[in-house]
Design a binder for this molecule. Structure first.
Ligand code: IDC
Length: 667
C-alpha cells in the first residue's frame, strides 16, 4: 500500500504529457477527443447482416441494445426526443441505439390526419441527435391498428423514398418498414416489402432493413408457427425479421422464446426491434424474471433488442415514472420499475455479447456475487457467477469492487492496483477494494479463495482493460490487468469451478506489465534517456557506444516480501547522494554526470531469502566481476563511466552467477 513509487508517478506524468501532446487540438480537450472516439458508431461504423448476426465495419459480431420512443406523434412521446435524453441513455444506461416510432395510424398518425411536416421534423431531429451522439437509429414506420401494411403502401413509398435519400450517406440508420402487421397474410407483408425495400436500396444500398412479421411481429402465428422461416423473402441481403414480445404476456414466454431460438437456428436473422416488460397492452404487471430469460437468450444468440418505451405515460411499460416530468437527467427514483430494471440490465450487459454469456462453468452450489463502482455511474447492482460487471465500449474506468462468495466453506480475498497508489492491501468477503470519489482507475486485480474448502476450488477472472480489450483469464490469486501502463480496468468476469476441472477459456495473457521476475531495473543513458525496465540479469544500458549511465531505478517484484536499497557513486558528487530505495532514482538527470560505481542491498525478508548479485560494464574495462549484497561495483578515482549493468537474485547462499574476483577497481 505504501509503495507509491516516484517512478510510477513519473511514468504517469510522462504518459499524461505524451497523451496531451498527441491529443491537443485547438478548443478540444483530451476528454472530448476521447469521448468522440468511443461512441458506438465511431467504433463500429456501418453495420450489416452476416448469417443471423449483425456485424460491424470490421466484421465483428455486434449487438444493438436500444430504447424505443413512444409514438413521436404522442404528447408522451415527442418530448423525449431530445439530445440530453439520448445522451443519458448512452452514457448512463449503455444504450447504443434509439428507435424512433412514427405511428402511421393511431392518435393522428402520419397517414391518418397527422401533421406530416411536424412529424418529420421531430423524426429528423431525433435522427440528428442520435447521429451527433454516435448512436444507431431505427426509423420505424409504426404500422399497428392499420393492420395490413398495404393499406398505406403509397404513403410508405413516398416516405421511404424521401428518408432513404436524405440519409443515404449516413452509416447509422436502420429502416423498419412495418412495425406490427396483423390481420393480414405473410403474402401481403411480402408484397409490401417487395415494393418498399427496392426504394430504400436504390438510395441507401448498404442500410439494414427490418421487415415486420405476421401477427404483431411474431414470425408467424399459431396456425403457422414458422411461417417466416419456411418462406423468407428472397433476393435481398441485409434484411432482418422482427420478433416482438411483451415479457408478462403468457403466450410470449417459453413458446415465443423457443420460436426465436428455432428460427435463428434455421439461419433466419431476427431482431427484437420492440419488447416490453409489461403485458402486450403496454400495461398491467411487469415480469422481470421473464425479461431476464429473454435478455439472456437474446444475448446468447447475439440478437439485438429495443425496449418500449421512453415515456412517462401512466402504463407499466413506460420507463419513466408517471410522476416525473423531467425529459432527461433522470435519477433512479425518476424511473419506473421497468426503467430501473432495464437500466440495470442494460448496463450489466452493455455491448459485448461474449462477456455476458452466462455459459461459463460454475461450481454447483456456489454463488459468486460482485459489484463494481464505475466512473460517472457509481455502484452497479451486483452480478453473479461469471457475468460481466462494469462496461465496455463506454470508456469508463472501474474505481472500486466488492466480491462475495457463498456456498461451501469458502471465503474470498482480493486486492486491487489503484492509479497513483499502486497495490492495495488484501481485503475480504464483500469489503471494498479501490476508491470512490477520487477519480482513480483500477488497473489490476488479484483474487483468491480462502476458508477451509479453498483447496477444493479454482477461481478464474478476467478483465477488460483500456486499449487491450479482454485479456485472458487469470486464476487463483494471479494478477489480471496491467501495471505500469496507466490503463483503466473497464469490466470484469469471475467464476469458480471444482479444483482442476478443465475449462474452455484462454489463460495465456491475463496481465501486462513492463515489470517481471524478481528484481527489476532501468537506467538513464546519455543521449537516450530512460530505458524500459528489465528483470533478473538482463542487461540495462549499452555496450560499445561510449554512452554513460547517469541514473538508475531498482525495485523488487510486488510479490516479494521486502525491498531493495542502492546508492551510486556519481561524477563530482561521489557517494554523497546517499541511499535510495524501491524504485526511486539514484544518480542525476540532465546534468551530464556519469555513474562510476554502485552498491545494492536487499531489505526485509528478501534479504534473508536472497543474495543480490550485480555487475557493471565499465569504460575501457568491459564487464567487471559480480559484486554482492552491498559491495561496491565499478571504479573510483579513475573517471570511468558505467555503461551497463546486470542484477540478479540468487537464493540465499546459492552459487554466484560468475566470478566475483574483481568487481571493483580503485586507482
Ligand atoms: C402502445 C402504447 C400505448 C398506446 C398504444 C396505441 O404503449 O400507450 O395507447 O400503443 O395503440 C405494441 C406496439 C406498440 C404498443 C405496445 C404496447 O408496437 O405501439 O404501444 N405494443 O401495447 N406491440 C405489442 C405491444
Amino acid at each position: 500500500m505504501k509503495k507509491i513509487t516516484k517512478r510510477a508517478v513519473s511514468i504517469l506524468c510522462a504518459m499524461v504529457m505524451v497523451l496531451s501532446c498527441l491529443f491537443t487540438v485547438p478548443s478540444t480537450s483530451a476528454s472530448d477527443v476521447q469521448a468522440a472516439a468511443l461512441t458506438p458508431v465511431a467504433e463500429h461504423g456501418q453495420l450489416r447482416v452476416s448469417g443471423t448476426d449483425i456485424v460491424d465495419q470490421y466484421g465483428q459480431k455486434f449487438q444493438l441494445r436500444g430504447i424505443s420512443t413512444h409514438g413521436i406523434n404522442w404528447d408522451v412521446g415527442y418530448p423525449y426526443v431530445n439530445k440530453a435524453a439520448f445522451q443519458d441513455l448512452r452514457d448512463g444506461w449503455g444504450v447504443n441505439a434509439i428507435r424512433l416510432a412514427l405511428y402511421t395510424h393511431e392518435y393522428n398518425g402520419y397517414c391518418a390526419g397527422g401533421n406530416q411536416g411536424e412529424l418529420k421534423k421531430t423524426l429528423y431531429n431525433g435522427v440528428q441527435y442520435a447521429t451527433d451522439l454516435g448512436m444507431y437509429a431505427i426509423i420505424d414506420w409504426h404500422v399497428l391498428n392499420d393492420q395490413n401494411p398495404l393499406k398505406y403502401v403509397n404513403q410508405s413509398k413516398t416516405f421511404f423514398e424521401e428518408v432513404s435519400k436524405k440519409y443515404s450517406s449516413y452509416n447509422n440508420i436502420i429502416y423498419e418498414i412495418c412495425n406490427e402487421p396483423n390481420n393480414c397474410s405473410w403474402q401481403d407483408i411480402k408484397s409490401y416489402a417487395n415494393q418498399i425495400i427496392p426504394i430504400i436500396r436504390k438510395n441507401d444500398p448498404d442500410a439494414i432493413i427490418i421487415v415486420g412479421t405476421p401477427t404483431w411481429s411474431q414470425l408467424g402465428n399459431q396456425g403457422h408457427t414458422y411461417e417466416v422461416a419456411d418462406s423468407p423473402l428472397t433476393g435481398y441481403s441485409n434484411i432482418m425479421y422482427a420478433l416482438h414480445f411483451y415479457a408478462a404476456e403468457q403466450s410470449h414466454t417459453q413458446y415465443l422464446r423457443t420460436k426465436l431460438q428455432n428460427t435463428v437456428d434455421r439461419g433466419i436473422p431476427v431482431i427484437v426491434s420492440e419488447f416490453g416488460l409489461s403485458e402486450a397492452s403496454g400495461n398491467g404487471r411487469i415480469d422481470t424474471a421473464s425479461g431476464t430469460a429473454w435478455l439472456d437468450l437474446m444475448d446468447k444468440n447475439n440478437v439485438s433488442y429495443f425496449c418500449w418505451s421512453l415515456s412517462n405515460k401512466n402504463e407499466s411499460a413506460s420507463l419513466i415514472s408517471p410522476s416525473c416530468n423531467k425529459k432527461s437527467g433522470w435519477s433512479d427514483s425518476d424511473l419506473s420499475d421497468a426503467g430501473r430494471f432495464i437500466k440495470q440490465q442494460y448496463l450489466a450487459r452493455t455491448q459485448d455479447t461474449k462477456i455476458n454469456n452466462p455459459d461459463v462453468p460454475m461450481a454447483p452450489g456456489i454463488t459468486l456475487s460482485y459489484a463494481t463502482h464505475v466512473q460517472s455511474i457509481g455502484w452497479q447492482a451486483p452480478v453473479t457467477n461469471g457475468r460481466m460487471s462494469g462496461t465496455t465500449n463506454m470508456g469508463k474506468r472501474l474505481e472500486s469492487i466488492k466480491i462475495n462468495v457463498s456456498g461451501a466453506n469458502l471465503g474470498i480475498r482480493y486486492r486491487t492496483h489503484v492509479q497513483t497508489y499502486g497495490w492495495q492491501n488484501w481485503v475480504s468477503d464483500g469489503a471494498e477494494s479501490g476508491t470512490t470519489g477520487q477519480a482513480k482507475r483500477l488497473e489490476a486485480i488479484m483474487i483468491e479463495l480462502t476458508g477451509p474448502d479453498k483447496d477444493k476450488y479454482d477461481i478464474y477472472y478476467r478483465v477488460h482493460a483500456q486499449s487491450y480489450g479482454w485479456l485472458d483469464w487469470a486464476k487463483n490469486g494471479a494478477e489480471a490487468g496491467t501495471e505500469g501502463y496507466a490503463k483503466r480496468l473497464e469490466a470484469i468476469n469471475i467464476f469458480i469451478v471444482p479444483k482442476g476441472q478443465s475449462v474452455n477459456v484462454n489463460t495465456g495473457r491475463s496481465f501486462v506489465t513492463p515489470y517481471g521476475g524478481g528484481i527489476n531495473y532501468c537506467t538513464h543513458v546519455q543521449s537516450y534517456g530512460w530505458q524500459g525496465f528489465v528483470a533478473d540479469g538482463a542487461t540495462s544500458g549499452t555496450q560499445g557506444q561510449a554512452k554513460r549511465l547517469e541514473a538508475i531505478k531498482i525495485k523488487l517484484n510486488r510479490n516479494m516480501d521486502g525491498g531493495v536499497e542502492y546508492t551510486t557513486h556519481v561524477q563530482t558528487y561521489g557517494w554523497s547522494l546517499g541511499w535510495r530505495r524501491d524504485g526511486d532514482m539514484s544518480g542525476t538527470q540532465g546534468q551530464a554526470k556519469r555513474l562510476e560505481a554502485i552498491r545494492i542491498r536487499l531489505t526485509g525478508n528478501a534479504a534473508t531469502q536472497y543474495d543480490v548479485y550485480y555487475r557493471v560494464h565499465v569504460q575501457s574495462y568491459g564487464w567487471l566481476d559480480w559484486a554482492k549484497n552491498g559491495d561496491m561495483a565499478g571504479t573510483s578515482g579513475m573517471a570511468k563511466r558505467l555503461e551497463g549493468i546486470e542484477i540478479r537474485l540468487v537464493p540465499k547462499d546459492g552459487p554466484a552467477p560468475g566470478s566475483t574476483a574483481r568487481s571493483y577497481i580503485i586507482q
